[in-house]
Design a protein around this ligand. Structure first.
Ligand SMILES: Cc1ncc(COP(=O)(O)O)c(C=O)c1O
Length: 349
């Protein structure tokens, strides 16, 4: 299949700025980390944005901070998420006290799924963190209700926004719904730059703790925890170069999506919509679903697909992997590929 490409404007911007980094010798903790943080704050409206070398290192740092300063030790994650989300919680020394069920229509938990898991929890909610992953490019449609519920119950809600940079729900940016959120810019993601993650939060105390944590707190020397999970200046420039074009990247992918949408609508194939009135996704994945039978039985001739969102379940919902598949969609996708997909879909009926 074709290769995933970056916009030319991003590559040119990177090349035009990289020499200054070499000339000044400012290779770490310099102006591009600052500029990137400022840019993310401007785009997301979040008060704090701290750069990390991955989404995982940002989440581990947040979890350690919530453990050390907010007494949190227990965590729930959703059944349908990357296996690494489980290892992230273990790395931070948390006890997993539940895997929240997910719905095929979103591949994420509904408000009721989450309430059910909290009801089954026998511990003290003041020790609890719930970490939800936005899946496939859209924000969890129930996240506003979930955030309100968690706030009322004094549960910390973290939004793993690894998939959803650039997506909006009711004009609010992904990553900004819970106590904190973290994006990923890993090379397969919707808005990708190789490696990197950025944690956002409106809680200035948590924001400051994150910054100090990432500097080993070597200036104030008050914290017992901290580790260098920082971005290099070259990588901060790289992410900046891509992020400044994020809207163009999504717009470009929307064209491919439009083609798939028309085909799915005409053939009555169900898919997870990324463009409802209030929930605008970044088209990380174009996911088609089959509620009644295996997707491979419904669409036997469909061969040109990318990997499933996940081909395993961490908790219940063991049928989700066989009931969905993903069509190729990325920036500057070759038309020959999307055309092949359309023909394969048509030939199933
Ligand atoms: C849902 C989810 N969360 C977190 C991550 C981790 O992202 P990173 O590789 O930037 O640490 C991924 C990466 O695949 C992911 O899919």
């Amino acid at each position: 299949m074709g290769t995933i490409k970056l916009p030319t404007k991003s590559i040119d911007f990177f090349k035009s700025k990289q020499d200054k980094i070499f000339n000044t010798g400012s290779l770490a903790e310099g102006p591009w980390n600052e500029a990137l943080s400022k840019k993310i704050r401007a785009i997301t409206g979040s008060k704090n944005a701290v750069c990390f070398n991955s989404n995982g290192s940002g989440l581990v740092s947040l979890l350690l901070i919530y453990k050390e300063y907010y007494g949190r030790t227990d965590i729930m994650i959703q059944s349908n998420t990357m296996y690494g989300v489980k290892t992230i919680t273990g790395t931070a020394g948390y006890k997993i006290v539940g895997y929240i069920d997910c719905q095929l229509t979103t591949l994420m938990p509904s408000f009721n799924d989450l309430k059910k898991s909290v009801k089954n929890y026998k511990g003290d909610v003041k020790k609890l963190v719930i970490m939800l992953s936005d899946i496939g490019g859209i924000i969890n449609p129930d996240i506003e209700k979930i955030a309100k519920f968690c706030k009322e119950k004094n549960i910390i809600l973290l939004e793993d926004a690894a998939h959803s940079f650039g997506s909006n729900l009711n004009k609010k940016f992904a990553g900004t719904f819970g106590n904190a959120g973290v994006y990923s810019y890993y090379s397969t993601k919707a808005i990708f730059a190789g490696e990197g993650g950025i944690a956002v939060t409106n809680d200035n105390n948590v924001g400051n703790l994150l910054k100090d944590f990432n500097a080993y707190d070597r200036f104030k020397q008050k914290m017992p925890i901290g580790c260098n999970f920082r971005l290099t200046e070259l990588q901060a420039l790289m992410i900046y170069s891509v992020v400044k074009e994020y809207e163009e990247i999504i717009k470009n992918k929307s064209k491919t999506a439009q083609k798939y949408l028309e085909t799915c609508n005409s053939l009555k194939i169900k898919y997870i919509s990324q463009n409802t009135n209030d929930n605008i996704g970044n088209y990380y994945k174009f996911t088609i679903i089959s509620p009644k039978k295996k997707i491979s039985d419904l669409l036997p001739n469909l061969k040109t697909t990318t990997s499933k969102v996940y081909d395993y379940a961490l908790g219940n919902c063991k049928d989700l992997p066989s009931q969905h598949t993903c069509l190729p969609i990325w920036f500057s996708l070759e038309e020959s590929i999307s055309e092949k997909v359309v023909q394969e879909l048509k030939s199933c009926f």
